[in-house]
Write a protein of this length. Structure first.
Length: 117
């Protein structure tokens, strides 16, 4: 089992920045990927970004390319999502997910990000 705890959400003005963290514990040696998803009110959960835990290769949804950066610190078993140039439409609950393969096997509880115009 892998446990995930997100932090770093909050209220920010449009154009501002936030950095989300996802701390993993438990069987972290089995993590193959970590990803970020988000879910806005009344909408389905959508993919934001993914990073391969060992190789470090990254993948992004088109709507965040150039604004968001996913990264990791293997020593701390923590993943990050740096979000810059935030827009009101980025308002959502952000979730991290860890996969033992190219999958999303474990989920955190989510952290709220609110961007005011």
């Amino acid at each position: 089992q892998v446990q995930l705890v997100e932090s770093g959400g909050g209220l920010v003005q449009a154009g501002g920045s936030l950095r989300l963290s996802c701390a993993a514990s438990g069987r972290t040696s089995g993590i193959y990927t970590m990803a970020w998803f988000r879910q806005a009110p009344g909408k389905e959960r959508e993919f934001v970004a993914r990073i391969r835990w060992s190789a470090g290769s990254t993948y992004y949804a088109d709507f965040v390319k150039g604004r968001f950066t996913i990264s990791k610190d293997n020593a701390k078993n923590t993943g990050y999502l740096q979000m810059n140039s935030l827009k009101p439409e980025d308002t959502a609950v952000y979730y991290c997910a860890a996969g033992l393969a190219l999958s999303n096997d474990y989920w955190g509880q989510g952290t709220q990000v609110t961007v005011s115009s």
